[in-house]
Design a protein around this ligand. Structure first.
Ligand code: AMP
Ligand code: GLY
Length: 311
């Protein structure tokens, strides 16, 4: 049971998490590091200046301040290079989030596509490339993705082959997304409604959250480039209970089972970005964290019991 919780991150998602966690009678205080103006001082919630880069200092801080649970918001601290969950867990600090190895599902699109192929999880047909083989091989692929983490912006939906080739060059040669683009995934274009289906997992079972949708395009009327999400709503009428059950079985549970079978237990939040196509739901990508901005609408909509499981 946690009496003091530390939320890592500084966006609207972390504000929403802190807000929800603060409602638990089991939580006396929520610290947010680094937090933002909204979480600076608000009832049980306040910001903390503790270092997030030095995990020994962070672990000692948690022990000194009786932090019973750390909840990680963004993807970067989870991924390899940072290892926040691995390090805090090893230091004896309970931490909610996926291990760096499990976070590969988000941090490497190339890994996650190959994983989905191995486990028969529905997704777009794809190929992945490292330099040299690229532009001449791209003939009818229309979605070009930097394989690594690019804050949700490393995807170019190309209208034709020229645009797809240009996208490959921008990413690989001109390094538009830095090292995230050292490997590129090229996919068939999927059409349909896009939904975000998230669940909690302990590495064995899954507890789905209410499905949400976010507004992807930068401008009104679904115009302009794709973004990480300009706003969101939850629940969405696009996902019936029956469809959610199908997604739960064919995507969420299959992914958690597949990761475990491959020796990597998947704990934390699993976020499946899905396209509802004519052939059924297909995975666009996985994230190993709560959605942003989806998290700002999901807890108010009914993640009460699931989020409170954390405390
Ligand atoms: P991702 O980071 O892979 O989720 O891609 C970011 C966004 O690009 C998604 O939220 C979709 O809007 C779009 N997208 C990605 N892959 C595809 C695809 N195969 N077909 C159509 N749109 C896609
Ligand atoms: N809203 C998309 C994401 O959190 O990745």
């Amino acid at each position: 049971m946690a009496e003091r919780v530390l939320v890592v991150g500084g966006g609207g998602r972390e504000h929403a998490l802190a807000w929800k966690l603060a409602q638990s009678p089991q939580v006396q205080q929520v610290l947010v590091a680094p937090g933002n103006a909204g979480t600076a001082s608000c009832g049980k919630i306040s910001n903390s200046e503790v270092s997030l880069s030095n995990h020994s200092i962070l672990a000692q801080f948690c022990k000194d301040h009786h932090v019973g649970l750390v909840v990680v918001g963004p993807e970067v601290p989870l991924a390899a290079d940072e290892y926040i969950v691995d390090d805090l867990t090893a230091a004896g600090v309970p931490c909610f989030g996926s291990s760096a190895k499990a976070a590969q599902l988000e941090a490497s699109k190339s890994f996650s596509k190959a994983f989905m192929e191995r486990h028969g999880i529905p997704t777009a047909r794809y190929a992945s490339f490292r330099p040299a083989a690229t532009s001449s091989t791209v003939d009818k692929a229309l979605v070009v993705k930097a394989s690594g983490l690019a804050a949700g912006k490393g995807v170019i939906v190309a209208r034709d082959q020229d645009e797809a080739c240009r996208a490959v060059m921008d990413i690989m040669k001109d390094r538009a997304f830095g090292s995230a683009g050292e490997e590129v995934v090229v996919e068939e274009l999927l059409e349909g409604e896009e939904v975000s289906c998230l669940c909690f997992s302990d590495g064995h079972s899954v507890a789905p959250m209410p499905p949400a949708q976010d507004h992807k395009r930068l401008q009104d009327g679904d115009q302009g480039p794709n973004t990480g999400g300009m706003g969101a709503y939850c629940p969405t009428p696009q996902v019936s209970q029956e469809l959610l059950q199908q997604i739960r079985e064919s995507v969420l549970q299959k992914t958690v089972d597949g990761m475990r079978e491959e020796g990597t237990s998947y704990g934390g939040v699993l976020y499946a970005g899905l396209m509802l196509t004519n052939q059924g739901p297909k995975v666009l990508d996985f994230n190993c964290r709560f959605g942003d901005p989806e998290c700002q609408v999901t807890p108010p909509c009914g993640t009460r019991t699931a989020l409170q499981l954390l405390c």
